[in-house]
Design a protein around this ligand. Structure first.
Ligand code: AMP
Ligand code: TRP
Length: 315
């Protein structure tokens, strides 16, 4: 029996190289290893906390499905689906709500960040970890490849599984996060964590012009031989043994180093960009992939939900 792997990304706009190296590249590598039964989904109900516009949501869903396919997630090898197509996710989330306390959810990073900023948060954001636990646990997931910022959420899923098992008897496997140390938090053009909300991203499918603009905008700390923020991004694209020579020969020459980085990113992104453009021509095919994946996911999830309903005594 293969191990079960599941992960998701929110359809909130174009993925950036932080998403790719932190999480999505692992999706492809682990799928291709042949060691896992893989489920990759679009967390559209999670995204609804951020995107409340019909056209934008619909566009983002189609785009992220194309992105998934373009990086190499073959829909014939993995199940690609949309969270909202499998109503068992929200149903299980509702069951979990009765096991989880408010103070427990108040300890979540996302909630604490919102508190610190003094912004009022909606119930969807408050409950975010509960829905995410349902996403993971419905599929008897063994491993969840994610970036560092999602570690706590996977721990919440484990806690919730444990709690359910204690109350109703052994039902859920405890999932493990899979986080790659060296790319756990990919820095952005300003040195902080790369994130859409910080405006410091390099889009994964960037055009050459976008790459130039983003790299030229990398914040450099004048005075040092090696511009730290340029180097930190560069090492995603080239082995550090190469970089030692390059940076050694160009001490303090920030412009030349940025130009070298532009070429390396463009060489990497170009084939991805081209594959994406090709897939984007077949909207129908892309929609069919989601339909097929949704039906497949529904089969697995609804079988698990029957087991859960029997355990809690409603069936
Ligand atoms: P999101 O776009 O928030 O749905 O994130 C998708 C995946 O990308 C999650 O597994 C995140 O942990 C990961 N991720 C997002 N930003 C970064 C970053 N700067 N470095 C590493 N991983 C990231
Ligand atoms: N919270 C994740 C993110 O922001 C997306 C997500 C939702 C997810 N449900 C999941 C990731 C289940 C892995 C497993 O990136």
């Amino acid at each position: 029996m293969k191990k079960i792997l599941l992960s998701g990304v929110k359809p909130t706009g174009r993925p950036h190289i932080g998403n790719y190296f932190g999480a999505m590249k692992q999706f492809v590598d682990l799928l291709n290893s042949g060691n896992y039964d893989c489920y990759f989904f679009l967390a559209d109900y999670h995204a609804l906390n951020f995107i409340q516009n019909r056209e934008e949501m619909a566009r983002n869903i189609l785009d992220l499905t194309i992105d998934y396919m373009a990086i190499g997630l073959d829909p014939n090898k993995a199940t690609l689906f949309k969270q909202s197509d499998v109503s068992a996710h929200t149903e299980l989330s509702c069951i979990f709500d009765t096991l989880v306390t408010m103070p427990y959810l108040q300890r979540a990073h996302a909630y604490k960040d919102a508190q610190a900023k003094n912004v009022e948060i909606n119930v969807g954001t408050f409950n975010y970890p509960v829905l995410m636990a349902a996403d993971i646990l419905l599929y008897n997931t063994d491993v969840v490849p994610v970036g560092q910022d999602q570690k706590q959420h996977v721990e919440y899923a484990r806690d919730i599984a444990q709690k359910f098992n204690n109350v109703f008897g052994e039902t859920f496997k405890l999932p493990e996060p899979l986080i790659l140390e060296h790319v756990a938090t990919v820095p952005g053009t300003d040195g902080q964590k790369m994130s859409k909300s910080y405006n410091n991203t390099i889009p994964l499918f960037a055009t050459r012009d976008e790459i130039i603009k983003a790299v030229m905008g990398i914040v450099t700390d004048s005075g040092s031989d090696v511009p730290a923020n340029v180097y930190a991004i560069h090492k995603l694209f080239r082995p550090e043994s190469d970089l030692k020579t390059l940076y050694g020969a160009n001490k303090g020459k920030y412009k030349a180093l940025k130009e070298a980085l532009i070429e390396d990113i463009d060489a990497f992104v170009k084939p991805l960009r081209e594959r994406r453009a090709e897939i984007a021509k077949g909207e129908n095919t892309v929609n069919k992939v989601l339909q097929r994946g949704g039906s497949n996911a529904c089969l697995i999830a609804s079988t698990k939900l029957i087991e859960i309903k029997q355990k809690i005594g409603v069936l």
